[in-house]
Structures are given as structure tokens and as C-alpha cells.
Design a protein around this ligand. Structure first.
Ligand SMILES: Nc1ncnc2c1ncn2[C@@H]1O[C@H](COP(=O)(O)OP(=O)(O)OP(=O)(O)O)[C@@H](O)[C@H]1O
Length: 287
């Protein structure tokens, strides 16, 4: 179980008159085991916040806390970075460039299983098979090259690549936006189940309010680099306090909102019996 926190986290781009503050003194807590949705319009700073949380971008001010400790010193050593990568994983939307075109998808999953977790090839393959089963991915696809599967299938492999190390916290940046609505529900359900079974925390960045509301127990609303509202998902949706949150909800509640939400939820039935992956995952996480 891993807890993250952003403390007065700030990121500016550019200099002088062209400087732009993408994330402005943001305070957010991500308690261990919680699932936090981060919503806001395009350019509001969600991805920049996500990149800083996983140590891939450096703040100009403030800090990221991992279980209460400053992340920055840990990122200065290779051993510290490696331990952090095992603990906290990012799943990003653009999978077209994140897989090596010359290596099979199985190879891409073996690398973190071997390098970050220290598994043998046989152990890594067993872990990969279990992870693919959990995500409802046909294992036959693992021996294909990235260009031999669809964008949606590649996206699910990107999720599998992150979960194969059994992280204690996962940051997802627009992971279902490019998927068919029917597949969205399956993926959301798999992520939610992974968190429930392992106690992992989740930060779920998305434009899509139905998906975010489904998966999160807390909502953070960003507007122009600032967090304007945060609280339990049900409360924020039922009684939004900030005018921007009301605006965002009204925009989403336009024609088709309920239908879309129903479609997402309809696709969220477990693909595999819950007992299959859960026992194995719970065992492995305690290793
Ligand atoms: N590397 C960068 N250099 C300069 N400006 C950047 C950089 N990365 C982000 N920005 C700017 O910071 C602001 C926040 O961008 P960010 O991608 O975090 O927003 P977002 O809410 O994730 O948007 P979207 O939903 O469209 O991905 C934007 O104005 C963006 O142009």
C-alpha cells in the first residue's frame, strides 16, 4: 500500500513574460488504497501533475511525498528510482511510441517483471499470464509485435505492463479515452478490481466524467493549474461547491450523458471469475 501527496506542487514552463504556470501550488492527498479521479478541461494541468507524481517531471516548487517522505532524494540514486518504479507506475494514453517495435509484447512485459521485481523468466511468464488473465487479454496476443495488434489491445498491454510489477500505486492518464465504450468498462473494472484486491491506490486522470465517477471514490477538480474542489466523488457530483465544477457537470450532463454512463457500466462485468486472479495477486503482493 502506497500513499502519495502533492504539497504546494508547482510547475512553470517558459521564462519571463512567456512563463506559464501549469500547476500552481497544488495540495492533494492520495491516501493508501484510495482511488482519486482528477478531472478538468484540456490544459488545466492534469497530466503535468501526474508526471510530477511519478517523478517524470520536476516541480519548480513544492514536493511529492511518498508515504510521507520527500520523493526528490529517492530519485537521485538508481536504486531509489528503481524501488520507486516498482512501487508507483504510470499508464499513459499514447502507446504507439511506448513499445519497442522490434520486440514482442511479451518481451515488453518481461522487462519490468525481471528488472524491477527480479523474477526469473519462468516466474515472469507466469506473472504475465496471470496479469493478462486479470485484464481479459487473450494470451496469444503476447507473442505479437506492437504493430500487429489494435490500438485498443496495445493500450490494454500498456496497462498489463504496469500491473505486472504489482505496484502499490498507479497513475492513469487518459487510459480508456481511446477505447470503445464496451472495452472501457472492462478495463475500468479490471483496474478497480486490481486496486480492491491488492490495496493499491489509484490516481485516474480523465476528461471522461462517467468513467472517472465509476472508478473513483474521491474527485479532484482542476481549473487553470489550480485545484478548485476535491472531496468524495458522490458528494462532488451531487453537491458541487465550486462554480467551475457545476459548469463541468452541466457540460457532461448534456445529451447522451446518461446513455454513455449506462454503456460504460454495462461493460463492467468481470471477464474472468474473481477468484482466479485474486488469490494469486494477493499472494504475490505479500511476497
Ligand atoms: N513541456 C511543456 N512545455 C511547455 N508547456 C507545457 C508543457 N507541458 C504542458 N505544458 C502546458 O501546461 C498546461 C497544462 O498542460 P497539461 O498537459 O498538464 O494539461 P491537461 O489538463 O493534462 O490537458 P489535456 O487534458 O489536454 O491533456 C498547458 O497549457 C500546456 O500547454
Amino acid at each position: 500500500m502506497t500513499a502519495l501527496a502533492a504539497e504546494r506542487l508547482t510547475r512553470r514552463f517558459g521564462h519571463g513574460r512567456r512563463a506559464h504556470t501549469a500547476v500552481d501550488a497544488v495540495d492533494v492527498e492520495f491516501p493508501a488504497g484510495s482511488r482519486t479521479g482528477i478531472v478538468g478541461e484540456s490544459g488545466s494541468g492534469k497530466s503535468t501533475l501526474g508526471l510530477m507524481l511519478v517523478g517524470l517531471d520536476r516541480p519548480n516548487g513544492g514536493r511529492v511525498l511518498v508515504d510521507g517522505d520527500d520523493l526528490a532524494p529517492r530519485m537521485r540514486t538508481q536504486a531509489g528510482r528503481r524501488a520507486f518504479r516498482r512501487e508507483v507506475q504510470l499508464i499513459a494514453q499514447d502507446t504507439s511510441s511506448s513499445f519497442d517495435p522490434l520486440r514482442t509484447l511479451r518481451d515488453a512485459l518481461r522487462t519490468p517483471a525481471r528488472q524491477l521485481v527480479g523474477l526469473s523468466i519462468d516466474e515472469a511468464d507466469a506473472r504475465i499470464a496471470e496479469t493478462l488473465g486479470m485484464l481479459g487479454i487473450d494470451p496469444a496476443f503476447a507473442d505479437r509485435y506492437p504493430h500487429e495488434v489494435s490500438g485498443g489491445q496495445r493500450q490494454r498491454f500498456a496497462i498489463a505492463r504496469a500491473l505486472v510489477v504489482r505496484p502499490g500505486f498507479v497513475v492513469c492518464d487518459e487510459v480508456v479515452s481511446a477505447l470503445d465504450v464496451s472495452v472501457q468498462g472492462q478495463v475500468l473494472n479490471s483496474l478497480k478490481r486490481y486496486c480492491a484486491q491488492t490495496g493499491a491506490g489509484l490516481a485516474f486522470i480523465s476528461h471522461g466524467l462517467p468513467a472517472t465517477a465509476f472508478i473513483s471514490d474521491r474527485l479532484v477538480v482542476m481549473y487553470r493549474g489550480v485545484v478548485v474542489e476535491q472531496g468524495p466523488t458522490e458528494r462532488v457530483i451531487a453537491e458541487p461547491e465550486h462554480p467551475y465544477t457545476r459548469h463541468l457537470l452541466n457540460a457532461h450532463r448534456g445529451p447522451g450523458f446518461e446513455e454513455h454512463r449506462a454503456e460504460v457500466l454495462a461493460g463492467s462485468e468481470p471477464l474472468v471469475p474473481a477468484s482466479e486472479p485474486s488469490a494469486g495477486i494477493a499472494r504475490e503482493v505479500t511476497r
